[in-house]
Write a protein that binds this ligand. Structure first.
Ligand SMILES: O=C(O)CCC(=O)C(=O)O
Ligand SMILES: [Fe+2]
Length: 323
């Protein structure tokens, strides 16, 4: 299968979102129009001028590398299987994102909002909600990740608000979804693709993302590929310094009746080097119900997906990929 588009279709667009921070109404509307085109065409785009500090981003990568460089026993003290809310370390081959393929060649570390064990949401058994597991021997790790979690969360909310405008919805349409919005910060480490992989074995099997939007930082290694349904080909999403790769997750596909694409993607690390990436999954208020938007149904068109809460959808996705 080809890794570049064979047709003249534009590649993955790069959108300057600077106007979303204090720009004029007209400039913000211009960004929303570009988001709409990108979400309808590919469901994937790069953003620049996003406002997250490059120093903080460099600290996140440094802390992530320091974490994965630790000996296995140290990492396993924070094994995610010890956490009732899916936080902590996950070894290689623990998740199978692509049904029928071998499990993924990545190890990872899961971080979420720090919620105390006696918080009513935890007592009520809310999915993925609770305390993190923090490494003891890595000074600054927790502070860096907490600062980044906050910055990425704020950026996610800015993008969701612009998506409301892109869909001709009233300003504030997604405020219920944004209130107490859950999110997952995941550190990923991919070893080089082995010389003799099992059939279908790769860093990250093909999948769509579960939540609302994903904000991805990747190092300079490359390996992320995005499915082009029109050309029936994988296209590369190479690293572009200073940008995020942003993609629409399943929730926006459901909201928009498929007008905004939650697009298949995968990672194959053929570089011969280690690869690090940092996806931030903006999932939203777990109890929020996601149902087809009024602006996304043509006369006579039926909703393709039944209404679902964020939490129900997420649980289902975890069951499928950790089964
Ligand atoms: O590592 C990457 O570049 C992408 C990872 C990814 O798609 C995911 O974790 O959902
Ligand atoms: Fe993904």
């Amino acid at each position: 299968m080809s890794s570049s588009p064979s047709s003249e279709r534009p590649g993955i667009p790069l959108i300057d979102i600077g106007a979303l921070r204090g720009g004029s109404a007209e400039a913000r509307a211009g960004v929303a129009r570009q988001l709409r085109a990108a979400c309808e065409q590919r469901g994937f785009f790069y953003i620049r001028n996003h406002g997250v500090s490059p120093v903080l981003i460099a600290q996140v990568f440094a802390a992530s590398e320091a974490f994965f460089d630790q000996p296995m026993p140290a990492k396993l003290t924070l094994d995610k299987v010890r956490s009732p809310c899916n936080r902590g370390y996950e070894p290689l081959r623990a998740q199978r994102l692509e049904a029928g393929a071998p499990p993924d060649l990545k190890e990872s570390f899961y971080i979420g909002e720090e919620v105390a064990a006696d918080d009513p949401r935890v007592r009520a058994g809310r999915f993925n909600t609770g305390p993190n597991q923090w490494p003891a021997g890595l000074p600054g790790f927790r502070e860096t990740m907490e600062a980044y979690f906050e910055a990425a969360h704020a950026l996610g909310a800015v993008i969701v608000r612009s998506l409301a405008e892109s869909l001709d919805l009233p300003e504030g349409y997604f405020e219920g979804y944004l209130q107490e919005a859950a999110a997952t910060l995941r550190l990923l480490h991919y070893p080089p693709q082995p010389p003799n992989p099992a059939p279908g074995e790769k860093g990250c099997g093909e999948h769509t993302d579960f939540g609302g939007v994903t904000l991805l930082l990747q190092d300079e290694t490359g390996g992320l590929q995005v499915w082009d349904a029109a050309d029936r080909a994988w296209i590369d999403a190479p690293p572009i310094p200073g940008t995020y790769v942003v993609n629409i997750g399943d929730l926006f596909a459901r909201w928009t009746n498929g007008r905004y694409h939650s697009t298949l993607h995968r990672v194959i690390n053929v570089s011969g080097r280690e690869r690090h990436s940092v996806p931030f999954f903006f999932t939203g208020n777990p109890l929020h119900e996601v149902a087809c938007l009024p602006t996304c149904l043509a006369p006579g068109e039926a909703p393709r997906f039944p209404p679902v809460t964020v939490e129900e959808h997420l649980k289902d996705c975890y069951r499928r990929t950790y089964g």
